[in-house]
Design a protein around this ligand. Structure first.
Ligand code: FE2
Ligand code: FE2
Length: 377
């Protein structure tokens, strides 16, 4: 790994973290809420149990270290504004980043490249009002995906007699979204800073691939991880873009490393035929096709119920209180459980579900309730 001295990097990152345009964060609140998320804790145990089954000691050690602390260590290459600006310009030159995206837009706040801003357990699995958008959501999303990948592994064996590499089946789904713990931090008002688009997708994805490259993980795993958002057999050019962006961020030659090949005319291709394991990683990440729209419906439903509760108390609510109340509720009952109830019986059924679990719609810890203020419809 090509690293700058630790003390210098730490000082530079601290200065950046307290710059004038730094977002006011409250990740500690997410950590506290995650401790009460029983579903996420069970999910985390499942993910850890599978990670311990990885046979390759280097991969197993790296995956367990990332679960313990999903730190973007490749950011040690970018300790100051000048180095961040240089890589931003390079990504723009290569057609992988829109010119309007600033380095502050691209790189989320980070105090140290050695420590993740959020723990894996406390990180959300998606953007606000989308899938798994609450502390513990990443663990739940990852556990679901990992189970899907293992089920697909069995299916390929039973139906086609194809034996997959179990290390890739386990490691790729665990790694692919882990850097949401850096990208989806919590602001004090319960919102989250906007994620930049890099190589045509949410930056967490190429960032994660860059991290696997930087940590020296095997080429087969790096390429399988890169396939999470798009199928390498059908859309190789998109997966190639992720690998090119990730290799630039990690400071390696993707051809020399065995990820990509390049023809004399400059065109890129995958170094090897797409792997089944990469495709399994891609397929296993598809819970979002229901959890994403469900996340929006649940967010809207909870806001209606929370505001109705405030109205019944003849009180008004600011949006931060609504956001934190919704977030708290989703750490106490999975958003898909709420969605199932919403489909079956609408808002009254969701209200009854929460009441049966003794989950209040409004809690004093959520934020100020404006006594006497007109209720917002
Ligand atoms: Fe992702
Ligand atoms: Fe995902």
């Amino acid at each position: 790994m090509n690293r700058v001295p630790g003390a210098v990097a730490a000082i530079a990152f601290l200065l950046a973290a307290f710059s004038a345009d730094a977002v006011e964060l409250d990740n500690a609140r997410a950590e506290k809420l995650a401790k009460g998320n029983a579903t996420a804790k069970v999910s985390m145990e499942f993910v850890l149990k599978q990670a311990r089954r990885i046979k390759d000691p280097k991969v197993r050690t790296a995956v367990l270290a990332i679960l313990a602390n999903p730190a973007p260590t490749f950011m040690s290459r970018y300790p100051d504004t000048a180095s961040k600006e240089a890589i931003r310009s390079r990504l723009v030159e290569e057609g992988l980043l829109a010119a309007m995206v600033t380095s502050t837009d691209l790189f989320p706040p980070l105090e140290s490249p050695e420590k993740s801003p959020l723990s894996f357990l406390a990180a959300p699995g998606g953007t606000p009002d989308h899938h798994h958008d609450y502390p513990g959501g990443l663990a739940e999303h990852t556990a679901f995906n990992l189970q899907s990948a293992m089920d697909l592994e069995k299916n390929y064996k039973v139906r086609y007699g194809v034996t997959l590499d179990p290390d890739l089946v386990i490691a790729a789904p665990i790694l692919h979204d882990a850097w949401k713990a850096w990208v989806f931090q919590y602001s004090k008002d319960g919102s989250q800073p906007k994620q930049a688009t890099l190589a045509g997708t949410g930056a967490h994805h190429p960032f994660g691939v860059a991290e696997s490259i930087f940590r020296g993980l095997p080429a087969e795993l790096v390429v399988a991880q890169a396939a999470a958002h798009d199928p390498p057999g059908i859309a190789p050019e998109i997966v190639i873009g992720y690998l090119r962006a990730a290799a630039l961020l990690a400071g390696v030659d993707p051809v020399a490393k065995g990820y990509l090949a390049r023809a004399e005319n400059g065109s890129w291709s995958l170094a090897k035929l797409p792997s089944v394991e990469g495709t399994v990683n891609h397929l296993s990440d598809h819970d979002y096709v229901i959890t994403d729209p469900a996340g929006k419906e649940v967010a809207d439903c909870l806001e209606r119920l929370i505001r109705a509760e405030a109205a019944a108390r003849k009180a008004g609510l600011e949006m931060p209180t609504v956001r934190w109340a919704r977030t708290r509720i989703k750490t106490q009952v999975p958003h898909m459980r709420i969605y199932a109830e919403l489909r079956a019986g609408g808002d009254p059924a969701v209200k009854a579900l929460l009441a049966s679990k003794k989950i209040p719609l409004l809690d004093t810890a959520d934020g100020p309730v404006l006594a006497g203020a007109p209720a917002t419809p």
